[in-house]
Write a protein that binds this ligand. Structure first.
Ligand SMILES: [Zn+2]
Length: 266
């Protein structure tokens, strides 16, 4: 199978293991799990199209947007990257209608194991999608807030205690852990200030995520399509938003949102 497409974050379905769908064109997707163990070839056609307006852009901003969309859309506003800086609850937003549907709704602060223990924020309806995209293997909800801003405040309070970042190499390597997430939640909760403690969840359910990747490799090198136009190899597995090849090359699909490529799958 051979097709041209603008890369887009793989759609995922929570299953054991997670199912990954790659967009082929407007109406069709390919279930990539069925190509694991087979040859894959990807050629970058040196063109990037904005994932919002489709305009050609020399550079991708915030994972796939042209500069104009990046500086005007609500989905690339400051509160998306820094939830604690969101001002939608004060009526200040690039698009209040969008904010009502995406920002002024329930959010979770969570603890996830993505190689290391990390804290993060997500909209309630992005669960478990957000966790899968990050390559988390185990997740517990920490707090539930009525908007993004409050979740951001809690996250900021905890940033000095736990990382809010994921190291991609460690994420790809991790398959098991010794951490007791309920314990971690109890410990970290004491650092949440009194006015925000009311949002801590009683829900201690732990979501375990299994990926179609057997942790068979020990070394990885990141493929940047800007530097390397073409690569091929056996698809060893998929984790987070990474395609993992048997030669250790890994492609972060989401980072290449909008890149026009030709894909050949055997
Ligand atoms: Zn655009």
């Amino acid at each position: 199978m051979k097709f041209q497409t603008n890369l887009l974050r793989m759609r995922t379905v929570y299953d054991k293991p997670v199912r990954y769908y790659l967009r082929k064109d407007k109406n069709e997707e390919v279930l990539l799990n069925s190509f694991i163990g087979k040859q894959v070839q990807i050629r970058y056609l040196e063109k990037i199209n904005c994932i919002n307006c489709g305009a050609e852009t020399n550079k991708s901003f915030h994972q796939g947007y042209c500069y104009s969309c990046f500086t005007s859309l609500p989905q690339t506003d400051v509160g998306i990257i820094h939830p604690e800086k969101d001002q939608s609850h004060l009526g200040i937003s690039r698009d209040m209608e969008w904010a009502k549907e995406n920002i002024l709704i329930d959010h979770f602060v969570y603890l996830a194991i993505t190689g290391n223990l990390k804290v993060g924020v997500t909209r309630y309806n992005q669960v478990p999608t957000r966790w899968i995209d990050q390559g988390a293997i185990s997740v517990i909800k920490l707090a539930k807030t009525p908007n993004r801003y409050l979740a951001g405040l809690i996250e900021v309070e905890l940033k000095s205690k736990i990382s809010d970042k994921t190291n991609w190499r460690n994420m790809l390597k991790s398959s098991s852990h010794q951490l007791d997430l309920k314990n971690e939640k109890r410990n970290i909760s004491q650092y949440i200030s009194n006015e925000l403690k009311q949002y801590i969840t009683v829900d201690n359910f732990i979501t375990e995520i299994i990926y179609p990747y057997k942790n068979s490799l020990s070394d990885y090198s990141q493929i940047n399509l800007d530097n390397k136009n073409e690569f091929s190899g056996i698809l060893e597995g998929i984790k987070g938003q990474y395609l993992i090849l048997s030669n250790g090359g890994v492609l972060n699909v989401r980072k290449h949102n909008g890149f026009l490529v030709e894909i050949e799958l055997d």
